[in-house]
Design a protein. Sequence first.
Length: 268
Amino acid sequence: MLRISDTEFGQFQRFILDAAGITLTDAKKALVTGRLAKRLHACQVKSYGDYYRLLMSGESPLELQTAVDLLTTNETYFFREPKHFQFLRKEITGGTLSGMPSLRVWSAAASTGEEAYSVAMLLEDCLPGRSWEVMGSDISASVLERARAGHYSMDRISHFPPGYLQRFCLKGQDAQEGTLLVQRSLRKKTRFLQVNLNEPLPHLGIFEVIFLRNVLIYFNMETKRKVVKRVLNLLKPGGFLLIGHSESLIEVTDAVELLAPAIYRKAP
C-alpha cells in the first residue's frame, strides 16, 4: 500500500475538519491510508497529495462526497449499548414518555441505520396503535442508501431482544441467506436524511428523544459545543439526549442534567 506523508495526512486532517468538523488524530493515519487507497487507483492518481488536489479542484464533486463518506463512516450494529434501550423502554411504558399521543426520535449519527431501526422496533413493540416516527441522519450519502434499503448481514444481530428478529425482520433465503431485511412497515416509518451536524440544521421538527452517540468523540471542544447546541434546539424541554458511553458533556453544555451514564435530560 502506498504510504502517506505527514504533509499529505495533514491535508486530509484539514479536509475532514472543514467538511464535517471531525478531528483526526495522528493515530488515524493508518485509517486514512486504508480507506482512501482504492480511490487513488480508481482515480488513476499516483499519490495521496495528487488525490487531495483532485478533491480540491472542484472537477469531481462525486469523488469529494466519496472521500467524505469513507472518512466519516463508522461500524455499528443493532441495539448497541443495550442500557440505553432499556432506559427508553422504561420511559415509554411507565415514565415521562408514556402518556404522549405521539413520539418522535432522532438518530443523529445513523450511519447504516441499525440504530434507527433498533429504535423503530422498540417503539413498535411498546406503542401498539400509537403514532411514532424515527428519523435517521448522517453526513454520508452512501451509508444512508444502505440504511433506506434495510438489508443487513446476520452477524449484526447478537444484541436483538428475544423475539424481535422473528417479529420485525425477514430472514434471507437462497442467494440472500445470512442476511435480514427490516420489515417494510418499519422502513416506511423510519426516514433517513443527509445532514451535516457541523452546519446549520435543516427544519427537522422537534423530538422527544435524540440519539447522538459515538460522534462527539471525533470533534474538538469548540465543535462539540456548537453541535450539541444545534441538536438541543430540536429537543423538546424535558426530552432525553443519549450519547456514547465513551463521551461526556462536561464543559460542553449546562442545558441538560445527567440522569445515568451517557443519558441526559433537557430542563423542562
